[in-house]
Design a protein around this ligand. Structure first.
Ligand SMILES: *Cc1c(COP(=O)(O)O)cnc(C)c1O
Length: 363
């Protein structure tokens, strides 16, 4: 494979001395659960996204799940989710005992369509879970307007949107609650699983700090039925290093995306669309083609690795087979047509040119 989808080795190499130093600091501290390193990352990450507080947890899925629990979502409640997203968005709702209600995304952007959200609100709807999919900000103004008018809570799934901006302000700085993943392949990635929730609300902060730590704020005093999902200090130390490089790495992603957009215009591929006032984090560069599988095969034969995000719509997963969820034609079409091109801070110009040349040969 000449052009890997994402080069995590290069990411590790570039920051190796800084990460070694950070890991050594945790080893020397002798503190391996919560503590100063986690608190330092939480305050640095909250400041970066423009929120008052952050709570570090074990994964992005836990961030979504605990975020919904902090909002009081539970059995009998319905939560609006996009029809096209990573399965974790839906699982978080299901783990609360609530029901995920899919709303079709906009075919062009693959983001929640505010009009369809409004139409889907029923007597049991308690919250909506917009996803900034592929690093593109969702239509926050329209969605928060609906949420305020209809009395719904909002949890943003920001797992792919570290550093993305909506109306000039970073994702995480617009609403009350956003959930983040630091899975290694994300724009801000750890050396394993990790996640966080950001919020401006001191009461949500207190609930989240209890929920991730056995329902406890004081050792051996348990106020709620909590979980064990605490951001690891080793991961926090590594994330502090990588956070300092996030903007520079996002700029490199953005430069590749700009080159792809220009070089692929006129090829007949459907290209990603940026909405006005949105600065995407370019987590993924996703094109659409009716001949997706043929295109992916041709690129593989030319040494270009691609991935599909995501090949099976959530409502068609076996995990949700017993729920008789109605068909979601847009999500099903996206699952058939989307293809993610190689993109990352360590993809060089020659590799990007090879991607383009290969597409021109195949498509
Ligand atoms: C990665 C991701 C998650 C889940 O994060 P994990 O850390 O892997 O649990 C949730 N939602 C979206 C949109 C994601 O891309």
């Amino acid at each position: 494979m000449n052009v890997p989808f994402l080069d995590l080795h290069a990411a590790t190499r570039e920051l190796r001395p800084e990460m070694d130093e950070a890991i050594g600091r945790v080893l020397d501290s002798g503190r391996f659960v919560l503590g100063a390193e986690v608190e330092a990352f939480e305050s640095e990450f909250a400041a970066y996204v423009g929120a008052a507080h952050a709570v570090g947890v074990g994964s992005g899925l836990d961030a979504l799940h605990l975020g919904l629990r902090a909002l009081g979502i539970g059995p009998g409640d319905e939560v609006i989710v996009p029809s096209h997203t990573f399965i974790a968005t839906w699982l978080a709702v299901t783990h609360c005992g609530a029901c995920p209600v899919p709303v079709e995304v906009d075919l062009r952007t693959a983001l929640l369509d505010p009009q369809r959200v409004e139409d889907a609100i029923g007597p049991r709807t308690r919250a909506m879970l917009p996803v900034h999919l592929y690093g593109h900000p969702a239509a926050l103004e329209a969605l928060y307007d609906i949420a305020d008018r209809r009395g719904l809570a909002v949890l943003e799934d920001a797992a792919q949107a570290h550093g993305a901006r909506y109306r000039g302000r970073r994702i995480g700085g617009h609403g009350r609650l956003a959930a983040w993943s630091f899975y290694p392949g994300k724009n801000l990635g750890a050396l394993g699983d990790a996640g966080a929730i950001t919020t401006d609300d001191p009461e949500l902060l207190r609930r989240l700090q209890r929920l991730r730590n056995y329902g406890s704020a004081e050792k051996y005093v348990h106020e709620t039925i909590g979980f064990n999902s605490r951001l690891d200090p080793l991961q926090a130390a590594v994330l502090r290093v990588r956070l300092r490089h996030l903007d520079a790495w996002n700029q490199r992603r953005s430069a590749i995306a700009a080159y792809y957009l220009e070089a692929l215009s006129g090829t007949g591929l459907t290209l990603p669309v940026c909405m006005p006032d949105c600065e995407p984090a370019w987590h993924l560069f996703v094109v659409r083609s009716a001949q997706r599988d043929r295109l992916a095969d041709g690129l593989r034969a030319r040494g270009v690795e691609t991935l599909i995000h995501y090949p099976i719509a959530p409502h068609q997963q076996t995990a949700y087979a017993d729920r008789s969820i109605p068909s979601q034609p847009i999500a099903e079409r996206l699952a058939r047509e989307v293809l993610s091109l190689p993109l990352g801070p360590h993809l060089d110009r020659t590799q990007a040119e090879q991607v383009i040349a290969s597409i021109r040969e195949v498509h």
